[in-house]
Design a protein around this ligand. Structure first.
Ligand code: NAI
Length: 474
């Protein structure tokens, strides 16, 4: 058991991606660091990363890889001259494989904590006044107040509950239970066609579930570049997803082992019966029990913690990072960057401010969707003159050889300076290709720089160069 001290240099509340990154960097910089989370203890050892591994992205991507393999054996193997007579699924084994991978990642982060001497306790932490934290646990210690010179709030976000749709995790599932199904539902509905809804749909639809997405908004994937959203809509519906837009779920009822989902759209009131309903209706900052009232931590009306550009809250020595703040999107890698930034601030190391304009976004569907920087519609709205180059993957040799020709790459640059302002990709390996675009933008590369950079032939990455060249040919 960890011997907890009465005072630390830094206490990090939350062991999600942001909290883990912050605690590790603090310890690397010689600060005595305690990290607290309500995570499970695995094999008698504090894992330190319950929410890290359970944050969902890795679990979804792992299952999606299995689902993609299954799907390609059925739909693509013949094109490669491979005859597979029967393809079957063992869902329990698939889910077990995912759990094994999460455990391995959890253990490797626990090792990093140990190596850097980050103390960790599984407990509920609450911010008190005077840079103190109340720790409540029935495992390691009971009630204890611990002080610190600096406190980093990193308690992540939680799903938004919908009052009329009570989750029971048997028929109506949250996003975690949706990754632990033991059999494939015949008919599945997903409430919310945002990033999460699409990723979950991509898994279960590919494994054979008839999948219906119920989305309240009239538009589809509004946050992405609209040319990409239109292509995604086309491809996903061709794959068999039923996308019902402008559809607000208003109630649910469970009867005869089915879920009756009632919804409202422009044509009135409707109902469907499904085997399972997954809720993917968005997330909110996990700040409800973050601080005692006397701490006077300032939150906005949506529960986001108020921070300045250095991620300092209104309380001296108290920082907030990750999904808790309104700065930037709710993405693990944004939180991790903030965690490191805050640790370096605490250690008085000069570090560059976080560039919130250059954060890669990825939707792990197949084809994948990824972007960095501004969309064409956002640039047009502010009347920026731009040059746009688009390259379709059906012209890319590597995409042809891999039988993955769906999608395109779009590179947008300032018409005057040629500096790249946004890159948007729908296609295989988009999650990897976007890293080149982010790096190019970090170094203020121009469309011409990208067009003149030699890329390996044949490779998917050539499509970035081709899209940049396409803009120059206009
Ligand atoms: P979201 O806000 O992107 O999508 C939720 C959708 O549910 C919305 O489009 C909303 O209109 C719809 N909705 C809400 N109530 C409804 C109702 N009663 N009936 C029908 N539709 C309803 O939230 P999501 O997908 O849960 O993601 C939350 C956050 O986590 C986002 O910031 C997202 O970017 C992030 N995330 C990132 C991932 C990644 O990086 N790959 C994966 C999953 C989530």
């Amino acid at each position: 058991m960890v011997k907890i001290k009465d005072k630390y240099d830094v206490i990090v509340m939350g062991a999600g991606p942001a909290g883990c990154a912050s605690a590790t960097r603090c310890a690397q910089l010689g600060l005595k660091t305690l990290c607290i989370d309500t995570v499970q203890i695995s094999q008698g050892q504090p894992s330190g990363v319950g929410t890290y591994a359970n944050s969902g992205s890795l679990a979804r991507v792992t299952l999606l890889e299995s689902a993609k393999l299954f799907d390609s054996l059925i739909t693509e193997s013949r094109a490669h001259g491979i005859i597979v007579d029967t393809v079957d699924i063992d869902v329990q084994k698939m889910v077990q494989r995912k759990d094994t991978i999460l455990t391995e990642i959890t253990q490797s982060i626990a090792k990093v904590f140990k190596q850097h001497k980050v103390d960790f306790i599984q407990a509920q932490a609450k911010l008190l006044d005077g840079k103190r934290v109340l720790v409540t646990s029935d495992i390691d210690i009971h009630n204890k107040t611990i002080a610190a010179e600096h406190i980093v709030l990193a308690t992540d976000s939680v799903p938004i509950a919908i009052a009329c749709v009570p989750i029971d995790n048997e028929y109506i599932l949250d996003s975690s239970a949706a990754l632990n199904l033991t059999e494939i539902p015949k008919r599945l509905a997903i409430l919310g066609a945002g990033v999460l809804g699409l990723e979950l749909a991509g898994i279960w639809n590919r494994l054979g579930a008839e999948t219906i997405l119920l989305e309240a908004q009239d538009t589809f994937l509004d946050l992405a570049d609209h040319q990409i959203s239109r292509e995604a809509y086309k491809v996903f519906t061709q794959q068999g997803l039923e996308l019902k837009l402008g559809t607000r779920v208003i109630s649910t009822k469970i009867s005869s082992k089915k879920v009756l989902v009632e919804y409202q759209d422009n044509d009135g009131h409707h109902a469907i019966r499904v085997d399972k309903l997954i809720i993917a209706s968005g997330r909110k900052p996990n700040s409800d029990n973050l601080a005692a009232p006397e701490a006077n931590l300032l939150l906005d009306e949506n529960g986001f913690v108020h921070v300045n550009e250095n991620l300092r809250t209104n309380l001296p020595g108290v920082y907030a990072i990750g999904d808790l703040t309104i700065l930037g999107p709710m993405l693990s890698h944004k939180g991790m960057a903030e965690g490191v930034f805050v640790a370096e601030k605490i250690a008085s190391i000069q570090s560059l401010p976080i560039n919130y304009n250059i954060i890669p976004n990825v939707i792990y569907t197949e084809p994948e969707i990824a972007w960095v920087g501004k969309t064409e519609q956002a640039l047009k709205a502010i009347r920026d003159k731009v040059t746009v180059g688009v390259y379709h993957l059906n012209g890319n040799s590597r995409a042809k050889s891999a039988h993955k020709t769906n999608g395109f790459v779009k590179v947008i640059a300032c018409a005057k300076t040629d500096i790249i302002l946004g890159v948007h990709i729908i296609g295989s390996h988009a999650s990897e290709l976007i890293a080149e675009a982010a790096l190019a933008m970090e170094f203020s590369a121009s469309q011409e720089d990208l067009a003149r950079t030699i890329h390996a032939y044949p490779s998917f990455s050539e499509s970035l160069r081709e899209a940049s060249m396409a803009a120059k040919m206009k």
